[in-house]
Design a protein around this ligand. Structure first.
Ligand code: TLP
Length: 352
């Protein structure tokens, strides 16, 4: 955690969640019309839900405090206790949601290893349970796009469409953890709607590359969202004058989507420079969006040690396993920050 004892003005590449609201966003927050959203009469939340549904090409949307809550609400809404959901083994739902599907939905996860995070329809098919009273019922397939731990790679539309066909054949639902789905769209030049169309439900985050302080959207058809609203309430996510934060979300969707390409360009430049440092190893093929995963096993140091060495020089990254660290570009990182970051890596890793 960044607190003190560090140079002023650190270069913060820990996550795209660290952005602070811009002056324009803060103005939108200050001027937001509000109501009580549990009574469904906050006009700004309603405007955000309409806008998100329109952008994703879904019937309805629900404003939720976090991506984690949106995924867990989706799980609660799609499944019953004793069901099983198929996930990728490095996915956020499996790795970083505190075991939520087991604790909240009573659902067992079936984790499959994707190729670079990408699940194929045929491997999913192999994991679908037979109709046997001893076994859980496979109900849901979850995909993550972009895939965070795989380095922000894009799951191509064609592969998702194959998963959709399989789900239709076998009567399954598909949920998309699209925390960074706008990054996928920016990288491929496709419309976000194309990634969302094959999925029954979608969540995306406003608080990552889009630069809002709080909030995620859950999307689906009207009946899905009606039930999801109840589960959001169950989890304590019914918010009152939430227009205050929804205004930031609207601002983010209107102003901060097009610029994601800048984050991708900067991540690429950083990755190419770091790949030239002899003791670091980077799979440049995975650097499609704003995430750079750096393998530090060649340094002889643990990921924790590398993070500390960089931190001492005012550069913040996170560990991504024992031998990997992650750097993420975002709204508050400009070309100059990348110019400053590269020599810090060079100096730190030239010495070890
Ligand atoms: N990811 C965070 C950490 O939790 C790892 C980050 O810094 O990348 N899905 C995906 C793919 C995510 O990367 C995240 C957050 C979430 C869901 C959860 O979103 P929040 O943090 O809003 O609960």
């Amino acid at each position: 955690m960044y607190t003190s004892s560090m140079p002023h003005d650190p270069i913060d590449l820990r996550s795209d969640t660290v952005t602070r609201p811009s002056a324009g966003m803060r103005r939108a927050i200050a001027e937001a019309a509000v109501g009580d959203d549990v009574f469904e009469d906050d006009p700004t939340v309603q405007e955000l839900e309409r806008l998100a549904a329109e952008l994703a090409g879904k019937e309805a949307a629900l404003f939720v405090p976090s991506g984690t809550m949106a995924n867990e609400v989706a799980m609660l809404t799609h499944t019953h206790r004793t069901d099983e959901a198929i996930v990728e083994i490095d996915s956020h739902i499996y790795k970083y949601e505190v075991g939520g599907p087991a604790a909240l939905s009573g659902v067992q996860l079936s984790p499959l290893k994707g190729e670079g995070g990408i699940l194929r329809a045929d491997q999913i098919e192999d994991a679908i349970r037979p109709d046997d009273l001893h076994q859980p019922i496979t109900r849901l397939i979850c995909i993550e796009n972009t895939h965070n731990r795989a380095g922000g790679v894009v799951h191509p539309v064609a592969g998702i469409s194959e998963i959709r066909r399989l789900a239709d054949d076998r009567g399954l639902k598909v949920h998309l953890d699209g925390a960074r789905i706008f990054n996928a769209a920016a990288a491929s030049g496709r419309d976000v709607k194309e990634y969302c169309a094959p999925c029954d439900s979608v969540m995306f985050c406003l608080s990552k590359g889009l630069g809002a302080p709080i909030g995620s959207m859950l999307l689906g058809d009207r009946s899905f969202i009606r039930l999801a609203r109840r589960y959001r309430k169950l989890l304590g996510g019914g918010m009152r004058q939430a227009g205050i934060i929804a205004a930031a979300g609207i601002y983010a969707l209107k102003h901060n989507v097009v610029r994601l390409a800048d984050d991708h360009r900067r991540a690429r430049r950083l990755a190419e420079a770091l790949a030239r440092i002899p003791r670091l190893s980077i799979d440049l093929d995975t650097v499609e969006t704003n995430i750079v995963v750096i393998d530090v096993s060649g340094t002889g140091l643990s990921a924790d040690q590398c993070v500390l060495l960089l931190e001492k020089r005012g550069l913040l990254v996170v560990t991504f396993g024992r031998t990997r660290i992650r750097a993420v570009t975002h709204l508050d990182i400009d070309d100059e920050d990348v110019d400053r970051a590269i020599p810090v890596f060079e100096q730190v890793f030239a010495k070890v």
